[in-house]
Design a binder for this molecule. Structure first.
Ligand SMILES: [Zn+2]
Length: 360
């Protein structure tokens, strides 16, 4: 691993190593205070996400490093039409590592293919946000001291919630996992996520619309925001919204060691009355996110830059099919080759290497 673009690139062994590093940082912060002395992190944020940027910057400062920051696309050369590739090559001359957030899916992958320094995906549209998943995973580890034999409830918007999809893909690699998928009908987990990470691995799961009914089973409850604009009608939204708001009465039947997670920001889906409950872990999750970003920066800066990019392995077709996804980086960067990778030999499925859309 030279870059971190998708959480799937991180093996369970690499993840365990990073968790060990994060726990050592927590126990011995002074030992790491100069670990990145003289190194520079460039935070290239082409859409605003203040909390993620602050977390990366705090992580680098706590390692004794420095930060170069582009926090708005309007003030950068992207506004003048510079390609991601050129931006990546240019920033490679100034910095030692890049954290990139971009509204288009696949932009950080394009950056990683052109940069001579490690690139971390800090969120690409609705696609991947691997460092949020690292925060989620460290939180689960610190609360439970295990990744196996857990019943994990995921509640709210399971259709568009990228953090939910990443967490499912990461946790599906452990044994004894059971997923409980709690959402309104219109926001159910997409079938491709269910098939790829749950059904094909023979993992036990349950789909329900009723949070209260499944509460007693859960070891982890991962809450997400249910946004008004995701519903087909205002009536539907009004009818359903309260069922996915966590309030103290809904926790009456919950386990005493339940861990409640939320990727934040929350709007109203967890009542503030729960913040003082020892089972609430969402602010610990923020802190854990900083520690995992520190562990990640250390790991990537220590790598030899000879490893190939996994996304470029396997059978590929270039430019014979075009990606139709309007959120894909290829929709705005005209000179980028459209590359599709054979991801399922039996079914003959090709997916765009940038956004993972199926070839039509
Ligand atoms: Zn695409």
């Amino acid at each position: 691993m030279k870059h971190l673009i998708d959480i799937q690139e991180l093996s369970t062994v690499e993840l365990a190593e990073m968790i060990a590093t994060a726990e050592d940082i927590i126990a011995n912060p002074q030992k790491y205070a100069d670990a990145c002395r003289g190194k520079k992190l460039a935070t290239l944020f082409f859409e605003p996400s203040t909390r993620t940027r602050l977390s990366f910057e705090a992580a680098m400062y706590e390692l004794g490093g420095n930060v170069l920051s582009v926090s708005s696309a309007n003030s950068s050369s992207a506004a003048k039409g510079e390609s991601i590739a050129d931006t990546a090559k240019t920033v490679s001359c100034y910095a030692d590592i890049i954290a990139m957030r971009h509204p288009k899916e696949g932009a950080p992958l394009v950056a990683s293919m052109n940069a001579s320094i490690p690139v971390i995906n800090a969120g690409d549209g609705g696609h991947n946000h691997p460092t949020q998943t690292l925060a989620d995973l460290l939180t689960i580890w610190r609360e439970k001291r295990r990744f196996d034999n857990l019943t994990i409830g995921l509640c709210g918007d399971l259709k568009f919630g990228r953090t939910v999809h990443s967490l499912i893909s990461a946790m599906s690699r452990y044994s004894g996992i059971k997923f409980v998928l709690i959402s309104p009908e219109e926001l159910k987990l997409p079938s491709y996520v269910r098939e790829e990470f749950i059904e094909s691995k023979g993992i036990e799961y349950k789909q329900t619309t009723d949070l209260i009914e499944v509460m007693p089973e859960l070891d982890i409850l991962y809450m997400t925001r249910v946004q008004r604009e995701r519903f087909s009608s205002e009536d539907e939204y009004q009818r359903l919204k309260d069922s996915y708001i966590l309030t103290p009465d809904k926790l009456e039947t919950a386990k005493s060691d339940l861990s409640i997670l939320h990727p934040l920001p929350r709007v109203n889906e967890i009542s503030v009355a729960i913040d003082s409950d020892p089972r609430a872990c969402y602010f610990k999750q923020v802190l854990n996110g900083k520690y995992m970003r520190m562990a990640l920066i250390l790991k990537l800066l220590s790598m030899k830059d000879c490893e190939s990019d996994a996304s470029y392995e396997g059978e590929r077709v270039v430019d014979t099919i075009k990606c139709q996804n309007p959120r894909c980086i290829t929709s705005v960067e005209q000179e980028l080759p459209h590359v599709f990778k054979l991801t399922d030999k039996e079914q003959g499925v090709y997916r765009c290497i940038y956004c993972e859309s199926k070839a039509k």
